[in-house]
Design a binder for this molecule. Structure first.
Ligand code: GRF
Length: 204
């Protein structure tokens, strides 16, 4: 299944997806990485791995999200993409674009949804005093950080955690569950494949 990864920054989840997809028999091929920022660190990692990259800067489009997405869609179609993974992609997509990729666009969120949608999840988890935190892979629907959950992993919140220490513990699990969820979802897109609605729970 030809898969694109959309990034805005360092691309560590993207790198985890590329590494996993390099294994023989992995049901998804990372065929394209698109960044909406020319300076995204992940672009160099993708190029080193021999993956086709593209930059579609969102900033010049300002509030015209549909025009930005038309260019994005053209890049995806040009590469024959069938599945999209958002990985630290910091641009909200319009309902029209999301609906075009319905059931074929995944996102990773650094919290146990439906808790802590949105930004600054680790700081908010610490402020709330939760003892368990984690990450979620879900299908993208028009409402941000919602949609059917494909995989989750939980981590403990430790007494001296800062947002950074907690983020690092969660990120290590993101790198485990995103490739696992992609594999399951991609194989579910072919007849007789795994049931992608059965969520994965990865113990830490
Ligand atoms: C990850 O924590 C992801 O869950 C969040 O943004 C971060 C991106 O990190 N949405 P990276 O670019 O994958 O390293």
């Amino acid at each position: 299944v030809k898969t694109a990864v959309l990034i805005s920054g360092r691309g560590s989840n993207m790198a985890a997806l590329i590494a996993a997809a390099a294994a023989p028999g992995f049901p998804a091929e990372i065929a394209l990485v698109i960044a909406n920022k020319a300076g995204a660190g992940g672009l160099a990692l993708a190029a080193e791995a021999g993956i086709r990259t593209a930059v579609v800067e969102s900033r010049p489009f300002g509030k015209d999200r549909a025009a930005f997405e038309a260019v994005l869609q053209a890049e995806l179609e040009d590469a024959g993409i069938e599945l999209v993974c958002l990985a630290g992609f910091m641009r909200v997509l319009t309902p029209a674009f999301v609906e075009r990729w319905q059931g074929r666009m995944l996102n990773i969120h650094p919290a146990l949804l439906p808790a802590f949608p949105g930004l600054d999840t680790h700081e908010r988890a610490l402020d709330a005093g939760v003892k368990i935190h984690g990450c979620t892979v879900h299908l993208v629907v028009p409402e941000v950080d919602s949609g059917p959950i494909l995989a989750q992993a939980a981590v403990p919140v430790l007494p001296n955690d800062t947002p950074d220490t907690l983020a690092a513990r969660v990120l290590a699990q993101e790198h485990v569950i995103y490739p696992a969820a992609l594999a399951r979802h991609a194989s579910g897109l072919s007849p007789g494949g795994a049931d992608p609605t059965q969520a994965l729970v990865v113990p830490s």
